[in-house]
Write a protein that binds this ligand. Structure first.
Ligand code: IPE
Ligand code: IPE
Ligand code: MG
Length: 242
């Protein structure tokens, strides 16, 4: 599905966000350790990243690890950290080749220092990319992000309007998500982009993330394209009826 224009309207969501949930249940169903689910999830994440940008997305935000996930058992976290190390060591060159810029949002002080360094290198090395922005949310929590922004405004001693407040968030300069997909059957936001998703269209899939294919991604986008985004106003159709 290519991004295209009709009557001046962009017919592809510019910014898509994904809560990649269900790796553990995917593994459990196959009598595998949870780490095998995370590995399968990472493979899927690579496929969907390529697919999303080729299809016309300009921004893709992937929820990889919440701040709350850091309370999981050490064994699971160590497995996840190993996957992050693999990802940042092995995939930055692919992102550079494809012209995709990388940005990581989250509380870096909660992560092992070597991963923070890999992230900083990845962001620096991809900084010139013009083909799209890949945002990975790692050790991310929306409430924490909002509280940090409030505190920045307070220490600057000034009142802020909505646009100024947005610019104090880690997503400064990034348009709000048009479409937010959550895999893994749960229908909640789990502390993801709470401010930014005020008018985002939500799409929930029962599929566990490792099973969520590019075709499923296209179905979510097609569903989005059928939606009527009113932003609290009246649609042109209903204005005609009235
Ligand atoms: C999402 O999968 C990935 C992370 C939170 C790191 P889960 O690990 O939450 O998988 P389920 O929800 O237990 O199936
Ligand atoms: C949300 O999934 C976080 C990620 C997918 C990274 P969780 O599995 O942590 O969410 P809850 O605990 O079911 O709300
Ligand atoms: Mg989960």
């Amino acid at each position: 599905m290519k991004g295209r224009k009709a009557r001046g309207q962009i017919l592809y969501p510019r910014h898509i966000a994904v809560i990649m949930d269900g790796n553990g249940r995917w593994a459990k169903k196959r009598l595998l350790p949870r780490g095998a689910g995370h590995r399968a999830g990472l493979k899927r994440m690579l496929e969907l990243t390529e697919h999303a940008f080729l299809s016309g997305a300009r921004y893709l935000t992937l929820y990889a690890l919440s701040a709350e996930n850091l309370q999981r058992p050490k064994e699971e976290l160590d497995g996840l950290y190993a996957l992050f190390r693999d990802y940042f060591s092995g995939n930055v060159s692919t992102l550079i080749k494809k012209g995709i810029r990388l940005k990581v949002i989250g509380d870096m002080s909660l992560l092992p220092p070597d991963i923070v360094e890999l992230i900083a290198n990845g962001e620096r090395e991809t900084a010139a990319g013009k083909g799209g922005l890949l945002i990975l949310a790692i050790a991310y929590g929306a409430r924490q992000e909002i509280v940090a922004a409030v505190n920045r405004a307070v220490s600057a001693g000034r009142a802020v309007d909505e646009a100024q407040f947005s610019s104090l968030l880690k997503t400064d300069g990034v348009p709000d998500p048009d479409l937010l997909i959550r895999t893994g059957k749960e229908q909640r936001l789990s502390n993801f982009l709470l401010w930014q998703s005020a008018y985002t269209e939500l799409y929930f899939s029962d599929k566990m993330f490792p099973d969520f294919t590019s075709a499923d991604f296209d179905r979510a986008v097609s569903d989005f394209l059928e939606r009527d985004r009113r932003y609290g106003k009246l649609t042109p159709e209903s204005e005609v009826i009235i």
